[in-house]
Design a protein around this ligand. Structure first.
Ligand SMILES: Nc1nc2c(c(=O)[nH]1)N[C@H]1C(S)=C(S)[C@@H](COP(=O)(O)OP(=O)(O)OC[C@H]3O[C@@H](n4cnc5c(=O)[nH]c(N)nc54)[C@H](O)[C@@H]3O)O[C@H]1N2
Ligand SMILES: Nc1nc2c(c(=O)[nH]1)N[C@H]1C(S)=C(S)[C@@H](COP(=O)(O)OP(=O)(O)OC[C@H]3O[C@@H](n4cnc5c(=O)[nH]c(N)nc54)[C@H](O)[C@@H]3O)O[C@H]1N2
Ligand code: SF4
Ligand SMILES: [Mo]
Length: 674
């Protein structure tokens, strides 16, 4: 018997990037535990992380290639051999390319798995001659661009620096659910005397731990931040020397915020003027202060400008480049690896169809050629992309779809062929975190169970059948990863534990250098105007679906609806884990008792939530900590398991910058059923 404990890392699209120990006996994963030597996650995982053994050996895990038997989408499958599956797919890909050209093939990816090896599909498709795709990202792009425009690079305070803060604002971030390993650092800061302020329309578990919870109207944070800036500048609480030396456009910004009188912003934000003033004074006078901006606030049509407005607060108070300060959005200090996969020349016919948020509509609208086949990998667009009705229509219209998956998701259920994918334990890769600054290595610790295969192997087998050059697929994964690393980090070193890259700044921007066109923090950004046609200053515009911007729509659909991240799932993942489903409880729409009473809804009653795009029917959960006028549901539900999913209601409009999705910019009405 051989028993080993192997250091690895959880690769989910999750802030924490937990250091993990895989306990393996005779080729079988026995248990996973947290890696106590990890500087940021310190030996802890989360409810999902501790369920990996059950996930890997789940009775629902797909172990063999499946062919839709009879009508596609009807739930009938026939296990087929890899030979048959690959022959069928290869034959179809050749026909599609001959009949329409390679761009008739849609390549659809998500964030289900990250790392260097996730790039192998693109290698294959370039060799194939091209493909169609959607640009942008469902997750964080508007905020990423806002921070890039403002500071020039994406980096932020390391976790251990929170102990130096006197004030921490979590602005639209529910760390207790989404970045659980940040909580001990935050709570330690509180023990040392820091105030912890949560700005969130919902009373989240994080808000419950805060010293002060402020509940603005969804999508109104830009107005709140600018009104705070108004108070700070009017009362001379800014850092005048810092503003002079380090900020581009300070005068223009100061002139603009004179318009944002707290009394007037109170209407848009739903936050009383006195609270805005008190918050502004508190933040500006408790230096050093840190603002943690979550990703929720940028899922609106004004999302990028909102993040720019909040970033301006950190700048004018001189809270950038000092211990205990900072504007934390996404930390890319550990994104130091490149792509060590051998790269063929780009395919000749690569066609962008539109932004990822509009996957359904733009796929349906594709002509010359239309989409004739689709490859889905690491994604479940049926539940995760906006406008589920359009996504469903698109997948039903595509003549031939292959989904590479671990489980029978709502998306896989629509496929012609489903191929069983590897998990994190079955192939090696590198992992960066967007919270802590450490680079990590994820070794292969077991062989894929059943007939599961890595994408590298799957694309290699398809390449052989398409007579593509095999040198791009006959690879040693360790060599690929070694080639991806910067010169001063080796795999051998990563095997010893998480590595802090030499380029990581102990205190970001301490050197006063910003990689913007002016070399300063840009509150006035010409790039913003040129690239995204927004105001060069972060002026406030109400979100598209709000009383402020669309009163007619708001008259019909008076409730602001948004989803949040589930504590016991990562998006749609683990929603098929029975234990975690029990912990999560039944999916329910959270609503304020006043809004419920106005609609004749008692706690637990079934309600239809609807707008022009769609409707879902589910129980309501009355919650007097909700803000009246706001309703909420967790994302990542499966139609097949829960009967509903959030995105039937959401819009496919893009964010104001960088092609993001506006999941939270959504008006609905709720009515009783039965
Ligand atoms: N309404 C609403 N919708 C949202 C959001 C929201 O807040 N509200 N959030 C959005 C955000 S921020 C994000 S990031 C997206 C996430 O949405 P997606 O990117 O689709 O991510 P997941 O649901 O985590 O995973 C998708 C699939 O990847 C599969 N997978 C995991 N590992 C592998 C692998 O190694 N190989 C293969 N082939 N498959 C694998 C999983 O089994 C899973 O079914 O959802 C977005 N959708
Ligand atoms: N458990 C778990 N952890 C995760 C994930 C997961 O699915 N599950 N997903 C990971 C991924 S990919 C992402 S993108 C991150 C997201 O991490 P977060 O940004 O923390 O998550 P969200 O739930 O999208 O939004 C955070 C908070 O913003 C609030 N919010 C919504 N609209 C507004 C607004 O207009 N103003 C303000 N002030 N607040 C608002 C919501 O109520 C919510 O509590 O989490 C990562 N971590
Ligand atoms: S899902 Fe996130 S918090 Fe949970 S183990 Fe993985 S990285 Fe850690
Ligand atoms: Mo995300």
């Amino acid at each position: 018997m051989s028993r080993e404990v192997i250091r690895t890392v959880c690769p989910r699209n999750c802030y924490s990037g937990c250091g993990m120990l895989a306990h393996v006996e005779d080729g079988r994963l026995l248990k996973v535990t947290g890696d106590p030597s990890h500087p940021a996650t310190q030996g802890r995982l989360c409810s999902k992380g501790y369920r990996y053994v059950e996930r890997v050996y789940s009775s629902e895990r797909l172990l063999h290639p499946l062919l839709a038997d009879g009508e596609r989408g009807a739930g009938q499958w026939r296990p087929i051999s890899w030979e048959e599956a690959l022959d069928r797919i290869a034959e179809r890909l050749i026909t599609v390319r001959e009949s329409y050209g390679p761009e008739a093939l849609l390549y659809c990816t998500g964030t289900g798995m990250k790392g260097v090896m996730a790039g192998i599909g693109t290698v294959f498709l370039n060799l194939y001659g091209g493909y169609s795709y959607h640009y942008g990202d469902l997750c964080w792009p508007a905020g990423i661009e806002a921070c890039r425009l403002t500071f020039g690079r994406l980096t932020h305070q390391p976790p251990e620096d929170y102990r130096n803060c006197r004030c921490i604002i979590l602005w639209g971030k529910n760390a207790a659910a989404t970045n659980q390993h940040q909580m001990p650092f935050l709570l330690e800061a509180v023990r040392r005397g820091a105030s912890l302020i949560v700005i969130d329309p919902l009373r989240t578990q994080t808000a419950a731990r805060a010293t002060w919870h402020i509940q603005p109207n969804p999508g109104s944070d830009g107005a709140l931040a600018l009104a705070m800036a108004h108070v700070i500048l009017a009362e001379g609480l800014h850092d005048a020397a810092f503003c002079r030396q380090r900020i581009e456009g300070f005068e223009a910004f100061a002139a603009m915020v004179r318009e944002y009188v707290p009394e007037e912003s109170a209407a848009a934000t739903g936050v009383p003027a006195a609270t805005i003033r008190e918050l502004a004074r508190h933040y500006a006078t408790r230096r050093p202060a840190n603002i943690n901006v979550g990703f929720g606030i940028q899922r609106y049509t004004n999302g990028g400008q909102t993040v720019r407005a909040i970033a301006a607060l950190a700048a004018i108070t001189g809270n950038i480049g000092i211990p205990g300060g900072g504007l934390d959005y996404a930390n890319r200090a550990s994104y130091v690896y490149g792509n060590g996969l051998p790269q063929p020349p780009a395919g000749e016919r690569i066609r962008p169809l539109g932004g990822r948020a509009a996957l359904g509509r733009t796929t349906l609208a594709a002509t010359d050629p239309p989409i004739a086949a689709c490859l889905v990998e690491r994604a479940s667009p049926v539940t995760q992309n906006p406008d589920t009705s359009a996504v469903l229509a698109a997948f039903r219209a595509i003549p031939f779809t292959v989904v590479i998956e671990q489980f029978m998701t709502d998306t896989a259920a629509l496929a012609d062929i489903v191929l069983p994918a590897k998990t994190m334990f079955e192939e090696a890769d590198l992992l960066a975190s967007y919270w802590h600054p450490y680079l990590q290595y994820r070794p292969q610790v077991i062989e894929p169970p059943g007939e599961c295969r890595s994408e590298l192997r799957i694309y290699g087998e398809l390449a052989r059948r398409l007579d593509l050059p095999m040198k791009y697929f006959e690879l040693d994964v360790r060599e690929v990863l070694e080639r991806s690393l910067p010169a001063d980090i080796s795999l051998a070193r990563l095997e010893q534990g998480a590595v802090l890259p030499s380029t990581a700044e102990a205190i970001p921007f301490a050197n006063g250098r910003f990689d913007t066109p002016s070399g300063k923090i840009e509150l006035l950004s010409r790039q913003a105007a040129e690239l995204w046609q927004v105001d060069p200053l972060p002026r406030f515009r109400p979100p598209a679906e709000s009383r402020g911007a669309s009163p007619d729509l708001a008259a019909r659909y008076p409730l602001q609806f948004f989803s949040t991240k589930p504590k016991h799932r990562i998006h749609s993942q683990w929603n098929n884990d029975e234990k975690l489903r029990r912990v999560s409880g039944q999916a329910a729409l959270r609503i304020h008792p006043l809004d419920a009473a106005a609609r004749g809804l008692a706690d637990g009653a079934r309600a239809r939530v609807f707008n022009d795009r769609g409707s879902i029917t589910l129980p309501v959960k009355l919650d007097d900590a909700m803000k009246p006028g706001v309703v909420n549901l967790e994302s990542g539900l499966w139609i097949g398991k829960d009967g509903v999913t959030t995105n039937f209601l959401t819009s496919d409009a893009p964010t104001d910058m960088n092609h993001g999705a506006t999941f939270y910019d959504c008006l609905v009405e709720v009515e009783r059923v039965g």
